[in-house]
Design a protein around this ligand. Structure first.
Ligand code: ZN
Length: 424
């Protein structure tokens, strides 16, 4: 089956996959430059040392190469083969050490002995390597040459922002992290979906304004929130886009209130998506929803994903690769996001203009006739539900939830009734 948007998202992931990203540095800049080939993002640099709430923008990290040479002269760990081999944010090192000392700086996954783990040390200056446990077991006594050609020095933190002005200044926040190196589902799938969503919304007539953030995890959202405090109150609903490319079951992690409008909108969409899904109550860990839902910020932000944070075997390993994500899964995820936007954009309360018993649908050509609006069909039951419940206070989303009929059907029925001058 042809899947143009799925192909586009997958191909963007393939382009971004080799880049060694971190919370700062040229990997992030290259990534933002690639996103800007698709949408005209504003790229912001915030200097090292800038105070952002209780945090400070860290030194900038860049890396050119890293490897370990065995006593036999063989390159046994090579950054150029996989950037996950280096503990992300490693300080530079170039020396010869014993096996015992090397072991103190190596991270492996004994339970997944063929996979390389992804590890970071942003706020504790050290160095290290990550490798497959089976290769680690083969290390022999002797002297090892360890080289990390990196630098950690004053620079800046980079993030990207894309804004679409709608009719209202009320905003919908779409946020994804861009700080993981070669990991596809965790990180790249969110970037690709957010970019595609922005492309599709751009140029549409929209009720809400949409703000897309492409930021390094944690420090990026803290930095943005700290520098844009006057904008926070405009954000009415938000979603953190992560892990949307694997074939796992959908999950929605609710906002802190658990009963925010965005929570009801996403749950409604998932109920009618035809996919199995799980609902997760908010907990103060995971991705940037932690910052958006912190007590002083308190935004209604949830997170719609496939497999959820940390809950899949390949999470933070070299197996979160190009084979874990698929065009099909990406486009199913995008459809869910677009359906949520459809609810946000089109939900409203109507008033039945002929409330004294049922209006006669037959004389208006609406009785026992399957109608269609915007190319989507609706049935007579949808007409009856909308007429019955449109009291000026009950929204189309409420009617969809009450009737068990999908939001688009309720919306299309309402449009037909409006056209027949039965609703306003
Ligand atoms: Zn992660």
């Amino acid at each position: 089956m042809e899947n143009k948007v799925g192909d586009e998202m997958y191909s963007m992931i393939r382009t971004l996959y080799p880049i060694c990203r971190s919370i700062t540095g040229d990997g992030v800049r290259t990534t933002l430059a690639e996103i800007s080939h698709h949408i005209d993002i504003n790229i912001v640099e915030v200097a090292t040392g800038t105070q952002v709430f209780d945090w400070v923008v860290p030194k900038e990290w860049n890396i050119r190469d890293a490897y370990v040479i065995s006593p036999q002269g063989e390159k046994i760990i090579d950054f150029k083969a996989s950037n996950l081999h280096v503990l992300n944010y490693s300080v530079p090192i170039n020396k010869t050490i014993s096996l015992d000392e090397l072991r103190k700086h190596i991270y492996t996954l004994p339970d997944q002995p063929e996979w390389i783990p992804y590890r970071t040390s942003y706020y504790n200056e050290t160095w290290g390597f990550c490798m497959a446990h089976n290769d680690y077991l083969k290390l022999e006594e002797g002297s090892y040459e360890v080289v990390i050609d990196s630098d950690l020095s004053a620079g800046s933190l980079s993030y990207g922002e894309f804004f679409i002005q709608g009719e209202s200044d009320d905003e919908v926040l779409i946020s994804c992290h861009i700080c993981h190196p070669s990991l596809c589902n965790d990180n790249l799938s969110g970037i690709a979906l957010s970019t595609q969503l922005a492309q599709q919304l751009q140029g549409r007539k929209l009720k809400y304004s949409y703000r897309f953030l492409f930021i390094p995890g944690t420090i990026g959202s803290i930095t943005w929130l700290s520098r844009n405090q006057e904008k926070i109150s405009k954000i009415k609903h938000g979603l953190v886009v992560v892990c949307v490319g694997d074939e796992g079951q959908f999950h929605y992690k609710k906002s802190k209130s658990g009963d925010a409008y965005i929570d009801r909108a996403v749950e409604n969409v998932l109920n009618h998506s035809g996919h199995d899904f799980g609902l997760i109550d908010f907990y103060p860990y995971g991705y940037d929803e932690r910052q958006y839902c912190s007590p002083g910020i308190n935004l209604d932000v949830g997170s719609l994903s496939r497999s959820s944070h940390g809950q899949y075997d390949e999470y933070h390993t070299s197996k979160d690769d190009l084979a874990l994500v698929s065009e099909q899964a990406l486009s199913e995820s995008l459809t869910c996001y677009l359906d949520v936007v459809d609810v946000l954009e089109n939900d409203q309360c109507y008033m039945n203009l002929s409330p004294m018993c049922e209006p006669q649908l037959g004389k208006r050509g609406l009785y026992r006739k399957l109608g269609a609006s915007e190319g989507r069909a609706f049935g007579e039951m949808a007409l009856l539900w909308v007429l019955n419940m449109s009291d000026g206070k009950t929204s189309l989303l409420d009617i969809s939830n009450r009737s068990g009929l999908a939001f688009p059907e309720i919306k299309n029925a309402a449009l037909a009734l409006k056209q027949a001058e039965l609703l306003q």
